[in-house]
Write a protein of this length. Structure first.
Length: 366
C-alpha cells in the first residue's frame, strides 16, 4: 500500500469487510517479522457500545486479529486508556473487548495502570506510557468522529490513549493542538484502520451516531485526518494540529495527489460529505480555558438540550469551564476547577444529566 493511498469499503459484515480491506492493502507486507509484537489501539474513550457512536467496533478488531493470524502473526496485544473520568477496565467490558480477548487469547493492556516516561517528540517533551515502547508495529483503529474542542478526532488524536492521565490534562493546558501534533511524531502509527461505521459527528463521547457503514485503511495519519476534515466540510486550517503535524514530518495533507478509492460497491469519497453543527450552536454560552475533554464534552450536549427546549436564551452570563479557573472566583462554573465560583456544578467531570438539571434550575430561578 502506498503512503498516499486511502482505501474504503462499505457494508454491514464488519469483520469480513475488515479482512477484505486488509487483503487489498497487503498489510502483512508492511510488518517487519512474524515475531513482531503488534499493538492494536482502538478508541475506547468511554464505556459505551460502539453503536452509540463513540468507540471502535470490536468486529473490526476481530477482523484484524483473524487476518494477522491467517498470515502467521501471533504476537498481538490490545492497548488503550480511556479519557480522564472513565475507567479503561470498564470500557474493555462494556465495549466487548473482554469477550474479544477471551475468544482470541489476545492480551488487554490497560495503560491507565502503566508507568510512563518522558520522550522527545520533535522537540517537545511529552510523557508516554512505557508499554508503548514494547510494541514493534502499531495498528491504530480510531473512530471518525466530531470533537467539541478540536472539531474532528481520528488518527492523530487517537494516540492520546497512549499517554497517562496526568499528561492528558497537561495537553489541555498546552492548547491541545500543538502537543497532539508533536505526539504524532513521538508515537509512530504504522497502519491505520478507521472505524467510520457510525461515529458521532458532534460529540467524542457519542450519543448521536451517524450510520455510514464504512471502514478505511491508510498508512499516513496526517493524510487520514486531512480527508476527515474534507468529509466533515472543514478546511484543514480549522483543525490546526493537522498542519502542525505535517510541518513536523508526521505525514502529508496533500489530498490533491492522494489516491482515495473504494473497493466493492458503495459510495465514493467525493459524494460523502457530512457535518453537524451542534457544538458551534452553543459555544457562545461558554468561556473555556484549558478544559479537559471529558468535562467539556459533558457540558456541550447539556447546553444543546437546553437550547432545543428554548431555555438557553435565558442564560445571561457565560459558563466558565477549565483548569484555567482553578483558584479563581466568578459567577457560574462547571467542574471542580471552578469550585471558587458563586455557583459551581461540581464533579470531575459532572455528568451531562447533572449539568442539564442544575443549569435548568438556575435559568428558571432567574
Amino acid at each position: 500500500m502506498n503512503q498516499n493511498e486511502i482505501i474504503k469499503i462499505y457494508g454491514t459484515d464488519y469483520k469480513e469487510m475488515t479482512k477484505t480491506l486488509l487483503e487489498q492493502s497487503d498489510l502483512a507486507a508492511e510488518i517487519p517479522s512474524p515475531e513482531s509484537r503488534i499493538g492494536l489501539k482502538p478508541n475506547l474513550v468511554t464505556p459505551t457500545p460502539a453503536d452509540n457512536g463513540a468507540t471502535t467496533h470490536p468486529e473490526i478488531v476481530a477482523g484484524i486479529i483473524e487476518y494477522l493470524r491467517e498470515h502467521g502473526f501471533l504476537r498481538m496485544v490490545i492497548l488503550e486508556s480511556s479519557w480522564v473520568g472513565d475507567v479503561t477496565t470498564e470500557a474493555f467490558e462494556y465495549c466487548g473487548y473482554n469477550a474479544l480477548s477471551k475468544k482470541y487469547g489476545v492480551e488487554l493492556w490497560d495503560l491507565q495502570k502503566d508507568s510512563s516516561h518522558i520522550a522527545d517528540c520533535a522537540g517537545m517533551q511529552l510523557r508516554i506510557c512505557d508499554k508503548v515502547d514494547q510494541i514493534d508495529f502499531l495498528i491504530n483503529v480510531p473512530v471518525l468522529k466530531g470533537h467539541c474542542q478540536t472539531k474532528i478526532t481520528c488518527a492523530l488524536k487517537n494516540s492520546k490513549g497512549l499517554i497517562p492521565n496526568s499528561e492528558k490534562r497537561h495537553f489541555h493546558t498546552m492548547g491541545l493542538h500543538k502537543p497532539i501534533a508533536h505526539l504524532g511524531v513521538g508515537i509512530r502509527q504504522d497502519f491505520i484502520v478507521v472505524d467510520h461505521i457510525c461515529g458521532d459527528l458532534d460529540f467524542e463521547e457519542g450519543g448521536n451516531p451517524v450510520v455510514r457503514n464504512c471502514i478505511m485503511a491508510a498508512k499516513d495519519p496526517v493524510l487520514t485526518d486531512a480527508l476527515v476534515c474534507r468529509m466533515l466540510q472543514y478546511d484543514v486550517s480549522e483543525v490546526p494540529y493537522v498542519e502542525m503535524a505535517e510541518a513536523l514530518g508526521a505525514g502529508s495533507t496533500d489530498l490533491d495527489h492522494a489516491r482515495i478509492h473504494t473497493i466493492g460497491s458503495g459510495q465514493t469519497e467525493e459524494t460523502e460529505t457530512l457535518r453537524r453543527h451542534k457544538v458551534c450552536d452553543v459555544q457562545y454560552a461558554v468561556e473555556e480555558v484549558d478544559a479537559c475533554s471529558a468535562c467539556y464534552a459533558m457540558l456541550v450536549p447539556a447546553l444543546d438540550r437546553l437550547k432545543q427546549e428554548g431555555l438557553l436564551a435565558g442564560l445571561s452570563e457565560k459558563i466558565a469551564i477549565g483548569q484555567g479557573y482553578r483558584g479563581k472566583k466568578g459567577k457560574l462554573g462547571v467542574g471542580l476547577c471552578t469550585a471558587g465560583f458563586d455557583i459551581c456544578i461540581r464533579g470531575c467531570p459532572p455528568s451531562e444529566e447533572q449539568i442539564y438539571e442544575e443549569l435548568m434550575q438556575y435559568i428558571k430561578s432567574r
